[in-house]
Design a protein around this ligand. Structure first.
Ligand code: SF4
Length: 348
């Protein structure tokens, strides 16, 4: 029995019942695929439900305010993906008269849509023969076929894409693509897969050569960038100042407290010597009400260490970019998880 038939048969028995699987709506499939690229199914489900309930169509997403889109995305991370979806929804309205594109080349022309997402939508919805390759597929193919080319280098990406395409059962592209990903997610899991109870055991090179734990091969990423964020929580009665992150950096479009960033940890007197101090705090006299512990926040290529200084100042901040937000409206603003965690301890 060949590889494709085995995993499709396995899938028919073992597949999970997921809301987007019942749908043939390319918009819903698109939303689910983007959400699942950054979180596990269990956590992604609630985000998916909320997102499609608030934005049930491409049109409603295109017409939305970016702030609301980011607010619904809050906590998922990779906010550029939400912004790209918003831009792509507008693109569909303008370039495709509001109808979701039906060809692979049109789908991949949408902002933020790469090979994987385009192949998923094209095959699941339109039955087009494009093989998906995500982390689960890399792992499964590397093990079953004993491929040790690094999956995060261009040679490896090419080799795995070709192999996946060769294996694609063109008569059942949707089931095949769903099956290969589901098999990787449920059966051929990263650590300690249950090889003794696996339908591919007889053909799996990794299990026969005792290399399950060595595959797939991934070249170690360079060291993460370390950043120190010093946030100034300036409270005025029942309101606090927030500002929007504008630069093309992490968290673009999200809100945070006035900030000074340094490369090394710094105390208050060191911060006060920095040129950024005057523009950030805008007060010669202030009272420190509270200094938080150092929060650690891990992103894929960065480690952020953050400390929050609650300050009381006499004057108002004049910088127009700073918004004085009443506590009752704070939850309308999309904020990074780091700020959300801090706010959760109760500011007022
Ligand atoms: S035998 Fe083990 S390593 Fe091979 S496909 Fe099955 S679960 Fe994965």
């Amino acid at each position: 029995m060949n590889f494709s038939k085995q995993i499709i048969d396995w899938y028919a028995i073992n597949k999970r019942k997921l809301p987007w699987r019942a749908s043939r709506d390319p918009y819903r499939i698109w939303v689910s695929e983007i959400i699942l690229q950054q979180t596990k199914v269990a956590q992604g489900l609630a985000y998916y439900e909320r997102f499609v309930q608030r934005f049930p169509s491409v049109k409603s997403l295109a017409e939305a305010d970016e702030q609301e889109v980011l607010k619904l995305w809050q906590g998922l991370g990779y906010y550029s993906r939400a912004r790209n979806m918003h831009v792509a929804a507008k693109q569909i309205m303008q370039q495709f008269d509001g109808e979701f594109p039906k060809t692979y080349s049109e789908i991949i022309s949408l902002k933020g849509v790469g090979d994987y997402t385009a192949a998923a939508i094209a095959s699941f919805v339109f039955g087009l023969p494009h093989a998906v390759v995500d982390g689960n597929v890399y792992r499964l193919l590397a093990r079953v076929f004993g491929v040790d080319t690094p999956i995060n280098k261009s040679a490896g990406k090419k080799e795995f894409a070709l192999l996946a395409q060769e294996l694609l059962d063109e008569r059942q592209v949707a089931d095949y693509n769903q099956a290969i990903m589901e098999f990787g997610a449920l059966q051929c899991v990263p650590r300690n897969p249950n090889c003794s109870d696996c339908v591919l055991q007889a053909i799996c090179v990794a299990v026969q050569t005792d290399k399950v734990h060595l595959l797939p091969v991934k070249i170690k990423a360079s060291a993460a960038r370390v950043r120190y964020f010093h946030y100034f929580v300036i409270i005025e009665e029942q309101s606090v100042y927030l500002q929007k992150r504008e630069a093309s950096d992490i968290w673009q479009g999200l809100y945070e407290f006035p900030l000074i960033e340094t490369d090394v940890d710094s105390n208050m007197s060191e911060l006060m010597q920095l040129p950024a101090w005057a523009q950030t705090v805008e007060a010669e006299k202030f009272e420190i009400m509270e200094v938080s512990e150092l929060y650690k926040h891990v992103l894929s290529h960065q480690r952020i260490f953050a400390r929050f200084y609650q300050l009381k100042i006499k004057n108002k901040l004049t910088n127009k970019k700073r918004l004085l937000i009443n506590k009752d409206y704070l939850s309308d603003y999309p904020v990074p998880k780091l700020i959300e965690n801090y706010l959760d301890i109760g500011l007022f």
